[in-house]
Design a protein around this ligand. Structure first.
Ligand SMILES: O=C1O[C@H](COP(=O)(O)O)[C@@H](O)[C@H](O)[C@H]1O
Length: 377
């Protein structure tokens, strides 16, 4: 009897150990532009969090331009902007993620009310998805079912506007959508109108546009992507057309501009900054610069007041760093160089913030979005 009991306890313990070891995986998901044709648009890699090595797990085919990805907070679902840069309306597609293998499986997709979705986000509960459409300046709101599938868009907000840079700012262009840390507000940078539109999300979990909280940025800057600091009190917006980052203090739906910093090393005729991220410990901010410099700008964050100090620039060893990601441990930074068809892996010095190139992954076309998730561990 006793032996049977010990045997059962031993089996339960070893099974649990095996499950948690299997689950202790980090995956990189790379979305790309497929030149408007159905192709292998999302590639999943197994990421080694000790060495930074990437090993391909699978390629998800039959996808048209899955140019931007996001992962649900519980890591079970991946949402992608699909049919971007096409003449007709785009879509948002839902996939399930198998945490043991890293493989993804298509669930369903829904049309966006506008052309060219360029950003998709999930709220902090994992129950709602919002997309930002660039060409038609529309923000779409989707309810997610418990199985991760998306219902039809239940709210669409269309924006009009313009600003001073001819070509880029003749009309409004929504470039991202970001939920506030408390999940009560949504902010939508509009590159074409130099605005960050604000929505109240606290009323019945529907979006209500709040003009009073909307921010008018400096003219001609082209607000693009936005991140909140882990301390929830600071927000940083990468401004594509002026090659700058704007620092805002944040309190209960209110963004207040505090300072602006240049992202490029030298003055340019044209700026094209793209992505922005903060290290998990909140000490360093990184932003990518496309066009001539093809670099990552590195800043130290004064965690007492949110101000930035430039630490340096790192070449991305390739062209057009449209997207980059910091791995969950904070030890690595991976860049998608869209025009040179490669992902470049850097080791991150956690004390200085500086980056050292350790590898390049080729074999994918026009990577445009990188996301990572660590399961277990
Ligand atoms: O100007 C344009 O920009 C958008 C967004 O591209 P991004 O690489 O800057 O995010 C692009 O989709 C559109 O085709 C282009 O006309």
């Amino acid at each position: 009897m006793k032996i049977k009991l010990y045997l059962s306890i031993f089996l339960i313990c070893t099974t649990n150990l095996l499950i948690s070891q299997d689950n202790n995986k980090t995956y990189l998901f790379a979305g790309s532009y497929t030149s408007g044709e159905k192709a292998e648009g999302i590639i999943v890699y197994n990421f080694n969090p000790e060495t930074g090595a990437l090993n391909e797990v699978e390629r998800e085919d039959d996808l048209v331009n899955p140019s931007f990805l996001t992962i649900s907070p519980n890591g079970k679902f991946l949402y992608a902007c699909t049919e971007t840069k096409m003449k007709q309306s785009g879509s948002v597609s839902a996939f399930s993620i198998d945490s043991l293998s890293g493989k993804i499986a298509f669930i369903n997709k829904q049309k966006t009310a506008g052309k060219n979705p360029v950003y998709v986000t999930v709220d902090h509960t994992g129950s709602f998805v919002v997309s930002a459409n660039y060409t038609d300046a529309v923000v779409d709101f989707f309810i997610c079912n418990p199985d991760g599938s998306l219902q039809q868009s239940s709210q669409s907000f269309e924006f009009e506007g313009n600003s001073i840079i001819k070509g880029n700012q003749d009309v409004a262009h929504m470039h991202s959508v970001v939920f506030s840390p408390d999940n009560n507000f949504l902010f939508a940078p509009d590159l074409g109108s130099d605005k960050i539109h604000a929505f109240d999300f606290s009323i019945n979990r529907f979006l209500t546009l709040d003009e009073k909280l909307t921010v008018q940025t400096n003219k001609g800057v082209g607000p693009r992507h936005f991140v909140f600091h882990p301390n929830r009190r600071y927000g940083y917006c990468v401004e594509e057309l002026s090659g700058t980052v704007a620092f805002y203090t944040y309190n209960d739906g209110r963004l207040k501009l505090s300072n602006t910093y240049p992202l490029y090393k030298t003055e340019q005729d044209k700026y094209a900054s793209a992505d922005i991220h903060i290290s998990p410990d909140g000490r360093f901010l990184y932003a990518s610069n496309r066009q001539e410099e093809h670099s990552i700008a590195i800043f130290e964050i004064d965690t007492e007041n949110g101000e930035l100090t430039m630490v340096g620039h790192q070449s991305t060893h390739g062209e057009t760093p449209r997207s980059f990601v910091i791995d969950p441990s904070g030890k690595f930074l991976l860049v998608a160089n869209q025009s040179s068809d490669q992902i470049v892996v850097f080791r991150r010095n956690m004390e200085t913030g500086m980056l050292t190139k350790i590898g390049t992954k080729s074999g994918l076309k026009a990577p445009s979005s990188l996301k990572m998730y660590r399961y277990g561990g």
